[in-house]
Every structure is written in structure tokens, then in C-alpha cells.
Design a binder for this molecule. Structure first.
Ligand code: GAP
Length: 463
């Protein structure tokens, strides 16, 4: 009965996801009543739950369950010299060209990709390829570098001295706190520092819904290692991160790890591998795993004048640790989880309204589902007793109470937002003190004693 649309064959899958996201309150275009603002999104009542659940699962895997990784929450605004040291002022840019006729602006590397020259970019290739404007076939300007960092002003004076940047990655907040954390946490190399937070990039070509935006959240972890052990740890984290997405239910066939070619590498990286997902618009990066060598700590040592070397008291070795970084985007993974979970089935609710339409089930992992259980009184007359159950469960799980409409329709509403359990309170419940628990995926129904509901749900939800 159930057939998952293949991302590649379903061209309209993204449209369906965008529409569901808006209609049910996952994702809204930002500033909509003012006509919107390009490529910024707001997360609605269900979106914020899903986002929080993704972040919680990441934190649990990366920090809570590990003795060798600790957390941090550094500022978005930092000393401007940090971005000189990190290489972002000089090197964090995209190659751009403008059309001399229609004045539209394009990323030169994307235009080359369009000609099948993927994925590395050199300005000389661009000249040779004789690329013209894809919109009006006009002549294009020379390639120019455009820095992606947002600038703002700190303090009362809008002059150069008070100019600072919004961070384009959370990683630098970790490097500049390396010594602080080392002193405060009694960790020793190898160990990691993890952080979740907003990052900002003035992307030239944002797009594909929440895949590439100008404001987004990163989940980053910097793992500090002895340079001799860097390859071992790179392999370790590459596997760990791929497995994390798999463990949260992403279809194995849609996930893969791809190593970067040398010309693709970011300015700080010695080696990199992306976790990629087969989005409806193509195989694209979900997360990057980088060997950043000692680039960042060495540069901060040089620019700050502070000693950032590490001394191993046991082996008497002294070195600047190498860093293996894992860096994923919250919104990108949210999009992948939505795409992967989106399932259309033939009508199964018996609801008149849906007889001829496909029904949608979001088969999200139970840990990620925004609402864990919906409490549904079968009749208006049972509302009072059913509401009491809702109030009891609410303290432990995100729940919804829904007393309106045919029961089939209410199931359908919950399936569409991925609620794993619907709990139906009927007249029999008044006598036997049991409730019918319906499983989203199997549609199996089970009578569970009301007094045991909390334990039952806890076990089913893996809490
Ligand atoms: N600290 C390393 C770093 O920032 P990156 O490959 O530029 O590396 C890491 O970014 C991750 O951040 C990406 O894999 C992606 O998930 C997310 N990301 C980057 N730019 C983004 C954007 N414009 N919109 C949404 N997510 C983005």
C-alpha cells in the first residue's frame, strides 16, 4: 500500500514539502506580511520542535554520551581580529561575475558547473570556457571575489574602528576558547568541544528552500588531536557522522560520504569529506568533516601573541594540536529528515474527504517527531476525561488534544505531522480505564491501561 516517492523521479516533491511546511507550521517565509525577505525563514510551532529535537539528539550523541567532548556557547559577535587570523577576511569569498547587459550577478563556479565542469573552479577555466549570461546571453565581467561575511557596527560610532562581523561559522568561538576549556574542564588531548549556534553568510545564490540561506544554525564539533593521530581520527569521525544520520532513520541509499578533491578544499582544510544526501534537487552536502590541521590554532597563536601549544605531561611532547572538525547545518538536516520522512499512501483513514486523495504520513524517527502523542476523545461527551489524560501526559511529552472532526480526519492530521501515537478515548475507556493506542506506521491498535500510559510511551519513544 505504501509507496515512498523516489526523490529523483518526483520533481514536485520539494513543492509538496514547502507547502506542507507552511500549511502545518513547520517553516514560514520570513517577514511575509511585508512581502518577504529573500532566503530567510522562520520556524513555526512544529518546526521549532523538530529543530529542537534534532539539536537535542546531536548534543546527546556528541556531548552527553561521550566523556571526551564538552560543550560551549560562544558569542556571535567576536573580536574582529579573529576573522583576520582565521583567514575569513582574506579568503572567505565566492567568485562572481556580472552580466554587462542585464546586470544580473552569478557565481562563476556555478556557471561552470552548468557546463559540466564540476566541482572545482579556477578563474582561468572560466575565461577559456567563454561562458555567457544564462539569462540574456550578454557578455560577462571578469571574475571578482565577493566576501561572504556580514558586517555590522559595535558601539555608538559608525566608523571603521567599530566595524565587526557576524560569525560565518561557530568554529572560531571554539578555537579562541581552547585554552579556557582545557584549563576549566580537565580534558586532555584527544578531546573535543561542541557548539550549536547561529551563523551568517551573505550567500550570493541562496536557494532550494532552507538548504542554503543567509542565516542558519550550525552544529559543530572541533576534536583536538596529536598530529600523529590525525588520520585515525578523521576516519573515525567520518564514519560516526554518517552513522548519526542513519541512526535517526535517513534512508541509507540516500546518504553517502564524498571526499573532496584538493582544489575544492576550504582555505583551512588539509582533507575533507562531506556527508551528502540525495535531495530532490540533487545529491548535496549535509555536513562536512574536515582535517583543519593546526591552521586555526597556529594562526590564533600568531595573531593574539598567546601560547596555544599543548603539553602532554606523560609523554613530555609539546605540540599545537591538529583539529578534526565535524560541521553540520540544523536546517539542512531538518530538510533531509522531512524529505526522507515524506510518504504518500492510498487512503487509509476511511475519511470521506480523503477517499480520492493520497494521504501523507511523515515517517519521522519517533525521537524527532514534534508531537509525540495526540489525545482524541471519540465523542464530545468524553472530552472531560480525555482532557485529564492530556494534562497528565503533557508534563512528560509534547502532546496535542484534538476533539474536532471525524476520527479518521483527526488521524490524518496527526499522520501528516508525524505524530507516532494517537490515543483514542472511547466509551469503553470509562469502564475498563484503557485507551486505544494507534501506531502511525503500522496502524496497529492496542488497548493500554491509562495508569501505564506514561511508561508505555516512554518505552516506545526510547526515552
Ligand atoms: N566550520 C566549517 C564550516 O562552516 P561549511 O562546509 O562552510 O564548513 C558547514 O559549513 C555546514 O554548515 C554545511 O555542511 C551546511 O550543513 C551548513 N551550511 C553552510 N552554509 C549554509 C547556508 N548558507 N545555509 C544553510 N546551511 C549552511
Amino acid at each position: 500500500m505504501s509507496k515512498k516517492p523516489s526523490p529523483k523521479s518526483e520533481n514536485d516533491l520539494m513543492e509538496k514539502i514547502v507547502s506542507l511546511a507552511k500549511r502545518r507550521g513547520f517553516v514560514f517565509p520570513s517577514s511575509e506580511i511585508y512581502g518577504g525577505i529573500n532566503s530567510i525563514y522562520d520556524f513555526g510551532p512544529l518546526g521549532v520542535e523538530l529543530k529542537n529535537n534534532i539539536k537535542r539528539e546531536w548534543w546527546k550523541t556528541m556531548v552527553q554520551l561521550r566523556a571526551d567532548v564538552v560543550g560551549l556557547d560562544s558569542g556571535i559577535l567576536m573580536h574582529p581580529k579573529i576573522w583576520e587570523a582565521s583567514g575569513h577576511v582574506a579568503g572567505f569569498s565566492d567568485p562572481l561575475v556580472d552580466c554587462k547587459s542585464c546586470k544580473k550577478r552569478f557565481r562563476a563556479d556555478h556557471l561552470l558547473e552548468g557546463k559540466g565542469m564540476k566541482p572545482d573552479f579556477r578563474p582561468q577555466d572560466f575565461k577559456k570556457a567563454k561562458v555567457r549570461c544564462p539569462e540574456c546571453d550578454g557578455e560577462l565581467t571578469e571574475v571578482r571575489d565577493f566576501n561572504l561575511m556580514f558586517k555590522t557596527f559595535m558601539g555608538a560610532l559608525e566608523n571603521e574602528a567599530s566595524e565587526i562581523y557576524l560569525r560565518p561559522e561557530t568554529a572560531q568561538g571554539i578555537y579562541v576558547n581552547f585554552q579556557n576549556v582545557l584549563n576549566a574542564s580537565r580534558q586532555s588531548v584527544p578531546f573535543g568541544i561542541a557548539q550549536i549556534g547561529k551563523a551568517f553568510r551573505n550567500e550570493i545564490t541562496p536557494g532550494n528552500f532552507i538548504f542554503r540561506t543567509r542565516e542558519f544554525e550550525q552544529m559543530e564539533m572541533q576534536f583536538f588531536v596529536n598530529p600523529k593521530e590525525v588520520d585515525k581520527w578523521f576516519d573515525y569521525w567520518q564514519k560516526e557522522r554518517l552513522n548519526w544520520y542513519r541512526s535517526l532513520g535517513l534512508n541509507k541509499e540516500n546518504l553517502k560520504s564524498r571526499e573532496h578533491q584538493s582544489r575544492e578544499l576550504a582555505h583551512y582544510a588539509k582533507k575533507a569529506a562531506d556527508v551528502e544526501y540525495a535531495f530532490p534537487f540533487g545529491q548535496s552536502e549535509l555536513e562536512g568533516v574536515h582535517n583543519r590541521g593546526d591552521f586555526d590554532l597556529s594562526r590564533h597563536q600568531k595573531y593574539s601573541g598567546k601560547d596555544l601549544t599543548y603539553f602532554n605531561a606523560e609523554t613530555k611532547e609539546k605540540f599545537i594540536p591538529y583539529v578534526i572538525e565535524t560541521s553540520g547545518g540544523v536546517e539542512r538536516s531538518l530538510l533531509a529528515f522531512l524529505v526522507d520522512a515524506y510518504t504518500e499512501v492510498d487512503p487509509r483513514s476511511g475519511d470521506e474527504e480523503s477517499k480520492h486523495e493520497k494521504e501523507v504520513i511523515l515517517k519521522l524517527d519517533k525521537r524527532l517527531a514534534p508531537i509525540k502523542a495526540a489525545i482524541l476523545p471519540l465523542s464530545k461527551k468524553l472530552e472531560k476525561e480525555a482532557r485529564q489524560i492530556y494534562l497528565d501526559l503533557q508534563a512528560s511529552f509534547m502532546c496535542q488534544f484534538d476533539a474536532s472532526g471525524a476520527i479518521g480526519r483527526r488521524y490524518r492530521r496527526q499522520d501528516e505531522i508525524g505524530t507516532p501515537f494517537c490515543l483514542t478515548f472511547d466509551f469503553e475507556s470509562l469502564n475498563d480505564k484503557k485507551i486505544t493506542v494507534r501506531d502511525r506506521d503500522t496502524m496497529k491498535q492496542e488497548r493500554v491501561a491509562i495508569g501505564e500510559l506514561k511508561d508505555y510511551l516512554r518505552e516506545q519513544l526510547g526515552q
